[in-house]
Design a binder for this molecule. Structure first.
Ligand SMILES: [Zn+2]
Length: 244
């Protein structure tokens, strides 16, 4: 255990893996951080948008991409590392009704903060709470579960389910419900597109649950209800057992 100084004061986090509170909470500028690399546009659907990942996760994704391609499966990355500020933009656009959710302006449809937060939390994390902060997570091909349930999407989903593990990737947000395999009772809804590079993210999940407190979740609309909603165990901790 090594003590070091962070923006949040002296923390006793095991930094053998270089896990700091800044990293866990997404207070990172990926373009200047040597642990992160820019994803080549050949692996994304965007020619101009800059996407980043942790080096190890990217290298493993490249291997998975090639293996998939040989078997006629085309993978592309829609989202990689997202820092606190970009998650705050996503969250607050939904919070203030600038992005419609289920066709609704949530600030009008749900004036009460608790209910409004619960609706956003179905698919979006509070800033500071997103696994995307870590650079270990990727969203692939389509952000609609329905895409993955038939035709091309189903073929891709089956390939990933069978093969992603060989490259270190697991799916943290599996099916929810008591009867589901590896059941998750609380947390985000199922996301078939979201894959996590377990060799890094497993340690980060553990560190997050151990070292991040509600007092760390500040600086965004609705942050004061994070504790009441118990977002740390119920969302950050509600992960498929294959990723733990
Ligand atoms: Zn995601």
């Amino acid at each position: 255990m090594i003590f070091f100084l962070s923006l949040y004061g002296v923390e006793s986090i095991n930094c053998r893996e270089d896990i700091t509170k800044e990293l866990l909470l997404g207070h990172i500028r990926y373009e200047y951080d040597p642990r992160f690399v820019r994803i080549s546009s050949s692996y994304t659907s965007f020619s101009k948008r800059k996407l980043y990942l942790r080096k190890e996760a990217y290298q493993s994704f490249q291997k998975m991409y090639s293996s998939a391609k040989k078997q006629g499966i085309q993978l592309h990355i829609l989202s990689g590392a997202r820092n606190f500020d970009s998650q705050k933009r996503i969250w607050e656009r939904k919070w203030y009704g600038n992005t419609l959710v289920q066709g609704l302006k949530l600030n009008q449809a749900y004036p009460r903060p608790m209910k409004r937060a619960l609706i956003i939390l179905r698919y979006s994390a509070m800033p500071g709470l997103s696994r995307h902060h870590w650079g270990t997570e990727i969203d692939l091909n389509s952000l609609e579960n329905s895409y993955w349930k038939k035709g091309k999407g189903l073929k891709e989903y089956r390939w990933l389910t069978k093969n992603a593990d060989r490259f270190g990737f697991c799916r943290p947000y599996n099916q929810k419900g008591r009867d589901a395999q590896n059941s998750r009772i609380t947390g985000y809804e199922e996301e078939r597109w979201h894959w996590s590079f377990r060799p890094l993210s497993q340690k980060m999940t553990k560190s997050f649950l151990k070292h991040i407190h509600y007092s760390d979740l500040t600086g965004f609309a609705g942050s004061s209800i994070a504790k009441k909603l118990r977002v740390i165990p119920h969302y950050a901790g509600s992960i498929a057992s294959s990723c733990l």
